[in-house]
Write a protein of this length. Structure first.
Length: 530
C-alpha cells in the first residue's frame, strides 16, 4: 500500500481534519455546558460565571503551553476530556452532595464557590487546552505549509457550529445531561480513531530544539491585542443585548460569530499571507466601522425586523447577519493574530502552544479589566475607544520603532475619537430591545427618552438604569425596559402578601427586580432578605 508523510495512507489528512473538526466541536461545548451545570448547583451569579470563564481561559492556556510534552498521548487526552464530561453528566447527585459538604469547609461567601469551580474545572480545561497544539503538530506531519492556520480554522469552525447547535438544538432536544453525554461520546470516537490510525505520528515527537523563538515585543503585541479582543467580545455581548434582548440566544449568537471570525480570519491569513500588522490594522478598521455604523445598522434591523421574524430559523439568521455586519471584521482580525505571528513552523505543537498560552492569559486579563474597570466606570462608546487604543498600542509595540508609521497609527486614536463624537449614539442602548422591532417604535422611544435624567448603575456585567420617558420613571436592565416605577401594582403585591404572614419579624423575597415589591415588604417587616 502506498503511504504518505508519517507513514500514513493517502487521504488520512482529510480524515484527520474531520477528527480535528469534531474535537473543536466538543471543546467549546464543555465551557457552555459545565457553566450551566454549575450555575444550576451554585448559582447563576457573576462571581460563579466569572470563575468558570477564568478557569477555562487559564486552564486552556496552561494546557496549550505544556501540550508538546504530551505528544504521544493525544488520543488519551481526548478520552480524558470525554471521561470528565461523563463524570459531570452522571455525577450530578454526588456533585450536589459534595457542594453541600465542601462549601461550608471552604468558608462562607462567594469565595468558596469560586474556589470550588476552579478545583472542579481545572483538569477538564487543561485537557481541552492540549488538543489544538497537538492536532496542529500532527497535521504538520501529514501536510506541508502553514498548517497551524489550517488547524485553527477547522477547530474554531467546529467550535462555532457547536455554540449554535447547543443553544438552538441539543439542549432543547436532549436536555442538559444527555447533551453532555452526546458530546463526550464524540470525544471517545476521536480518541479511538487517533489510537488506531495514527500510531506512526505518535512516535515522531519533534525535538524541543527545533522550536522557533519569538521576540519579546511580538509576544507583548499579541498580549495587548488579546486583551483588546477579550474586552471587545464582552462588549459585543452587552451591545447585542441592548437591541436583541438579554437572552441566552443572544450570547450564543455572539459567541458563534467570534469563533466563526477566528476560523475565517485564520483561513484568510493563510491564503493571503497576511502579517500581524495587517490583521491588527483590519481590526482597527472594523472597530472604527462599529463606532460609525452601529446606529445605522440597528436602525436597519428595526426596519426589517417585522419581515424577518415570521419564521424562527429566518429570525435567527437575520440576527446573525446583523451581528455579523457589526462585529464581523474585528472578530476575524483579532482571531487571526496568532496565525499571523506563527509563520515559522518547525515545532508546531510547541510554537503554537506558547502563543496560545500568551493569548489565553491575556484574554483572562482583558476579561478582568472589562468586568472590574471598563464596564463599571465607562459608557459603551468610551469602552470601544479603549479597545481601539489597545489595538493601536499593540501595533506600535509590534513595530518597535517610533517611525512615521508608528506616528500614523497613534494618530488613528484621536481620529476614532472624532468618529465617536460624530456618529455614536449612546441613547440607542437604553431604549429597550423591543423598541427595535419597528422603526416607528424606535423613533418614539428615542423621542420620549430624557437621557439627561437617566440614572445609570453599572455592575460587573449588568447595566441598570432608571429611564425617564414622558416625565415618568421606568426600570431598565440589560436591554429590557420593565415596569413603570410609579405604578402601584408591584407595591400592592408586596402589601397583599404581607397581610397573610403570621409574623412580621423576618421576610424573604425571592427575586429582586426593580425593588418595588421588596421595598414595600421591607417597610412592613423588621428584617428582610432578598
Amino acid at each position: 500500500m502506498e503511504h504518505g508523510q508519517g507513514g500514513q495512507p493517502p487521504g488520512s489528512s482529510r480524515v484527520f481534519a474531520f477528527l480535528l473538526l469534531l474535537s473543536g466541536f466538543c471543546g467549546i461545548s464543555y465551557e457552555i455546558l459545565y457553566g450551566r451545570i454549575l450555575g444550576n448547583l451554585i448559582g447563576d451569579q457573576f462571581a460563579v460565571s466569572a470563575s468558570i470563564l477564568l478557569t477555562f481561559l487559564l486552564g486552556i492556556g496552561f494546557g496549550t503551553l505544556y501540550a508538546h510534552r504530551l505528544w504521544r498521548w493525544l488520543w488519551l487526552l481526548e478520552a480524558g476530556i470525554g471521561l470528565c464530561g461523563i463524570a459531570f453528566a452522571l455525577g450530578g447527585d454526588a456533585l450536589d452532595a459534595l457542594l453541600f459538604v465542601a462549601l461550608p469547609l471552604l468558608g462562607p461567601g462567594l469565595g468558596s464557590s469560586v474556589l470550588l469551580c476552579f478545583l472542579l474545572l481545572s483538569v477538564p480545561s487543561f485537557l481541552i487546552g492540549t488538543s489544538l497544539p497537538l492536532f496542529a503538530g500532527y497535521l504538520a506531519r501529514l501536510r506541508p505549509g502553514r498548517v497551524f492556520a489550517r488547524a485553527y480554522t477547522i477547530y474554531n469552525f467546529g467550535a462555532a457550529l457547536t455554540a449554535l447547535l447547543i443553544e438552538f438544538a441539543l439542549l432543547r432536544w436532549l436536555g442538559l445531561k444527555l447533551a453532555v453525554l452526546s458530546i463526550a461520546s464524540l470525544n471517545f470516537v476521536v480518541a479511538a480513531a487517533l489510537l488506531v490510525g495514527y500510531g506512526g505520528i505518535r512516535q515522531e515527537r519533534p525535538r524541543p530544539a527545533d522550536a522557533a523563538d519569538y521576540p519579546a515585543h511580538h509576544l507583548a503585541a499579541l498580549a495587548l491585542a488579546s486583551v483588546a479582543s477579550a474586552a471587545f467580545q464582552l462588549l459585543m455581548v452587552k451591545l447585542a443585548e441592548c437591541f436583541l434582548g438579554p437572552f441566552r440566544e443572544t450570547f450564543a449568537l455572539v459567541l458563534a460569530l467570534i469563533l466563526l471570525g477566528i476560523a475565517v480570519g485564520s483561513a484568510l491569513t493563510a491564503r493571503l499571507q497576511l502579517g500581524f500588522g495587517h490583521v491588527v490594522l483590519a481590526a482597527l478598521a472594523g472597530l472604527a466601522w462599529l463606532l460609525a455604523g452601529f446606529a445605522g445598522v440597528t436602525r436597519l434591523y428595526a426596519a426589517l425586523y417585522a419581515q424577518a421574524v415570521d419564521v424562527y430559523p429566518a429570525a435567527v439568521l437575520f440576527k446573525l447577519v446583523t451581528l455579523g455586519l457589526l462585529m464581523g471584521v474585528p472578530a476575524m482580525a483579532f482571531g487571526a493574530t496568532i496565525p499571523a505571528l506563527l509563520t515559522e513552523q518547525r515545532n508546531v505543537a510547541r510554537e503554537s502552544g506558547r502563543l496560545l498560552f500568551v493569548s489565553s492569559v491575556a484574554n483572562a486579563t482583558g476579561f478582568l479589566l472589562m468586568a472590574f474597570v471598563l464596564h463599571r466606570y465607562l459608557d459603551y462608546g468610551a469602552i470601544l475607544l479603549v479597545v481601539f487604543a489597545l489595538g493601536a498600542l499593540a501595533l506600535v509595540v509590534y513595530r518597535r520603532s517610533l517611525d512615521a508609521r508608528a506616528v500614523g497609527v497613534a494618530l488613528l486614536v484621536p481620529a476614532a475619537f472624532l468618529v465617536h463624537r460624530a456618529a455614536w449614539d449612546e441613547k440607542l442602548l437604553y431604549v429597550g430591545h423591543t423598541s427595535f422591532q419597528r422603526p416607528q417604535a424606535l423613533s418614539e422611544a428615542l423621542g420620549k427618552l430624557d437621557f439627561a435624567r437617566t440614572q445609570t448603575f453599572k455592575g460587573f456585567q449588568d447595566t441598570f438604569s432608571i429611564n425617564w420617558s414622558d416625565g415618568e420613571p421606568f426600570f431598565y436592565i440589560n436591554g429590557y425596559v420593565s415596569i413603570h416605577l410609579d405604578s402601584p401594582a408591584e407595591k400592592l403585591v408586596g402589601a397583599f402578601s404581607s397581610i397573610f404572614a403570621p409574623r412580621t419579624d423576618r421576610a424573604l423575597v425571592l427575586g429582586l427586580g426593580s425593588g418595588a415589591t421588596g421595598g414595600t415588604v421591607s417597610l412592613l417587616f423588621d428584617e428582610l432578605d432578598a
